[in-house]
Design a protein around this ligand. Structure first.
Ligand SMILES: *[C@@H]1O[C@H](CO)[C@@H](O)[C@H](O)[C@H]1NC(C)=O
Ligand SMILES: *[C@@H]1O[C@H](CO)[C@@H](O)[C@H](O)[C@H]1NC(C)=O
Ligand SMILES: *[C@@H]1O[C@H](CO)[C@@H](O)[C@H](O)[C@H]1NC(C)=O
Ligand SMILES: *[C@@H]1O[C@H](CO)[C@@H](O)[C@H](O)[C@H]1NC(C)=O
Length: 363
């Protein structure tokens, strides 16, 4: 029986690799598990109850989705960062959303052959961030714990343990916590970092306790430069205060990981620096093929950031030449560049190793 399940599992992996077309290699990890926010969400929010959850389920979202147009829940014109990281790892695209898999009764086959995405738009490190309208990080971790329990029922603890230790855990969260808070004093700023870092470390430690070993983490970036924030400034400049908060949080996360790693035996990570990764886009957009890095391609009004990305807006002429798809999220092309940098870019974009080196570790 176990042998049959294994064979079916291998067949499923091989099938995915062949269907990938341009990603013809065998996946280098058994599965990818994704936790985070709208940068990585592939449709969880479409299945949340209530009106308030942010959803990318209408045109022009997905206008360039391969085989589309199709609005899948990705906050992008096509693939997002999770898709490109998964492609680098040898999969067709990001694993499907947890709530989608649940609704199709396909959670465990997916968890055993390609992974699961728990990422949810609007989510924060803190449960209080946009509370009620997303799956906060702590709940994403709980969903993973329940997935693991079901996997063990199917495969047994020993095999699940090896599977998870070799799987790639992709994390990206923190921007929404920053958008939501406005500390009034340096003491409040310090307290904010302490809370965020403590809860982020708890989530990472919990995942480690559940068997995760390889963590590819995308750190918070210059959130003060997104069109929705820029449009609040008369000259369209980045919000330097918000960027300082983000840089402070990014530095705090970096040092927390440095302290955490030696305490957790077998823990391996790669931290991608989103400030460094997006620097060229903002300081010299042409050098990376962008004509715009301050305006939304899909939106309306000043910087395309006064009206939402909806079916009635006029899209930018060439989506691959814009850094921003809507007033907050990168275009497919910008997502591809970020993923490329994290996976296999210059050494200054990741620390202490890159995502590729992390993926190739064997447990
Ligand atoms: C921090 O994390 C703990 C454990 O996941 C959770 O119970 C708590 O609600 C979180 N605190 C906040 C402020 O989100
Ligand atoms: C707008 O941005 C400019 C340039 O960074 C800055 O000098 C100015 O103070 C900003 N305006 C507001 C209202 O923050
Ligand atoms: C910049 O961000 C800070 C921190 O969130 C906020 O207090 C300030 O109002 C913002 N400035 C502008 C012009 O939006
Ligand atoms: C698109 O439609 C919405 C209402 O459905 C409206 O608020 C918005 O202003 C329209 N945008 C444009 C660019 O016409």
């Amino acid at each position: 029986m176990k042998g049959l399940v294994l064979l079916l599992g291998l067949a499923a992996v091989a099938g995915l690799a062949v269907r990938g077309g341009d990603a013809l290699q065998q996946p280098v990890v058994p599965a990818v598990f994704v936790l985070g926010d709208s940068m990585l969400d592939v449709g969880n929010n479409n299945h949340l109850p209530g009106e308030g959850a942010p959803r990318a389920n209408t045109p022009f979202y997905g206008v360039d989705f391969p085989g589309g147009p199709k609005a899948t829940g990705r906050f992008s014109n096509g693939y997002n960062i999770a898709d490109f990281i998964a492609k680098h790892l040898g999969f067709e695209r990001s694993p499907l959303a947890y709530l989608v898999l649940k609704s199709r009764n396909y959670l465990i086959p997916s968890a055993l052959t390609r992974g699961v995405s728990y990422a949810s738009a609007g989510a924060g490190i803190l449960d209080s961030t946009n509370a009620g309208d997303n799956i906060p990080l702590s709940k994403q971790v709980r969903y993973f714990a329940s997935t693991k329990a079901e996997m063990e029922a199917a495969w047994g603890t020993h095999r699940v343990s090896a599977h998870l230790a070799n799987s790639f855990f992709l994390l990206g969260i923190g921007s929404n916590d920053l958008f939501q808070t406005n500390p009034k004093s340096p003491a409040e700023v310090a307290a904010l970092y302490a809370t965020l870092v403590s809860n982020y470390s708890t989530a990472i430690t919990d995942l480690y306790g559940l068997g995760a070993r390889k963590f590819g983490i995308i750190n918070v970036g210059p959130v003060g430069c997104v069109p929705r924030v820029r449009v609040l400034n008369a000259t369209g400049a980045c919000n330097d205060t918000l960027n300082l908060y983000a840089a402070g949080l990014a530095a705090a996360v970096k040092s927390a990981l440095t302290e955490l790693a030696p305490k957790l035996i077998g823990f391996a990570y790669s931290l991608a620096d989103s400030f460094a990764a997006s620097q060229a886009s903002f300081t010299d957009p042409q050098s990376v093929g962008f004509v715009s890095s301050d305006s939304a391609c899909c939106g309306s009004g000043r910087l395309g950031a006064e009206g939402l990305c909806m079916k009635n807006v006029t899209l930018c002429p060439n989506r691959d030449t814009y850094a921003f798809w809507d007033s907050v999220h990168p275009t497919q092309r910008a997502a591809e560049l970020v993923a490329q940098g994290a996976f296999d870019g210059p050494a200054q974009l990741t620390t202490p190793i890159n995502f590729k080196q992390l993926a190739h570790k064997r447990y």
